[in-house]
Design a protein around this ligand. Structure first.
Ligand SMILES: Cc1cc2nc3c(=O)[nH]c(=O)nc-3n(C[C@H](O)[C@H](O)[C@H](O)COP(=O)(O)OP(=O)(O)OC[C@H]3O[C@@H](n4cnc5c(N)ncnc54)[C@H](O)[C@@H]3O)c2cc1C
Length: 288
């Protein structure tokens, strides 16, 4: 299908983009990689009168370290995440996750900021950001605010960003050296969204779990932080009993929608299985 007619704007600075958002309000949409927005416009689920393209703002594309944080510009594409030597060294969980997103065509255009801003529970970055304890920099006409990922995802296609704000940066605390990590994702075929996926970051002291964080993808109206599953592991020996308790706790909070990827029961069971697998791989990668 063909989208409704719209006016195209290509600002060259964040300030100009914010000004345009202020001028056109609810009738405007920001365009990043376009791989979620344009299909929605073609299906006429979205019909903005004004499209504000962020692709001519080079200052929104970077990956850098600032103290104990990694800072990523919102317009950084998946492919840049995959090839970043800084991320490979400091937060390899991001590299692993980005490599499992769709196919090269999508990864060359799709951006981390767009993936998070879209608010689609099927997107992989939201659960990853919950797992990593990330925060987001949102800039509007009155300046900047920094909001934690935990609490940001309010519903399907609904986040805490205001219509006059732009996500400019993603901030990620660098996990302690020796952390174990894994993104375990079940998908039907290359290019498909997750049937279910689980992101795990953990620190071990011998066989005991010192710290653990778990995020779940596409098993509820939003990405989930599996807090009860984390509690089931904290301070425990990471054996089959503890892993099973965590998997059961993760499944308890699932509320997926039935669709072509499977029934509610199947998706819930797969969230448990992805959590078991991610925990085992993360434990094997952790230094003790
Ligand atoms: C075939 C296919 C398979 C896919 N599979 C996966 C997958 O497995 N996992 C996955 O995670 N994703 C997947 N995607 C989605 C893809 O990663 C998208 O690129 C991503 O969800 C949106 O990023 P984008 O840069 O394309 O954003 P756009 O489509 O341009 O924008 C998406 C939304 O975010 C808003 N937005 C964008 N940038 C900002 C910003 N800086 N500040 C505020 N709002 C902003 C836009 O206004 C729009 O509402 C798939 C897409 C396709 C086409």
């Amino acid at each position: 299908m063909i989208p409704r007619p719209f006016e195209y704007h290509a600002p060259t600075s964040v300030d100009d983009a914010i000004r345009l958002l202020g001028d056109y309000g609810d009738s405007a949409k920001l365009l990043a990689g376009g791989h979620s927005l344009l299909p929605m416009m073609k299906l006429r689920f979205a019909s903005p009168d004004h499209l504000i393209d962020l692709n001519r703002i080079p200052s929104l594309k970077y990956i850098e370290q600032e103290g104990n944080e990694i800072r990523i510009g919102a317009m950084t594409c998946e492919n840049d995440l995959i090839w970043s030597t800084l991320l490979k060294e400091k937060v390899p969980l991001i590299v692993e996750t980005a490599g499992l997103i769709s196919d090269p065509q999508v990864r060359y255009k799709g951006t981390i900021g767009g993936d998070i801003s879209h608010g689609d529970p099927g997107c992989d970055h939201p659960a990853l950001m919950l797992c990593l304890g990330a925060s987001f920099v949102l800039r509007g006409p009155n300046g900047e605010r920094v909001v934690p990922a935990d609490g940001y995802f309010l519903g399907t296609y609904y986040t805490a960003i205001e219509p006059n704000e732009i996500m400019t940066e993603i901030r990620i605390p660098i996990p302690p050296a020796g952390s174990g990590w894994c993104y375990s994702k079940l998908k039907r075929k290359t290019g498909d969204f997750a049937t279910a996926a689980s992101a795990v970051l953990l620190q071990m002291s011998g066989d005991i779990v010192n710290n653990v964080s778990i995020g779940l993808t596409n098993v509820a109206p939003t990405a989930l932080k599996a807090k009860e599953a984390e509690k089931a592991l904290l301070g425990k020996r990471l054996d089959d009993t503890a892993i099973e308790a965590a998997a059961q706790a993760a499944m308890k909070i699932c509320d997926p929608a039935e669709d072509l990827r499977g029934s509610v029961e199947y998706k819930t069971a797969m969230a448990g299985e992805m959590t078991r697998r991610a925990l085992r791989t993360a434990a094997a990668r952790a230094k003790r």
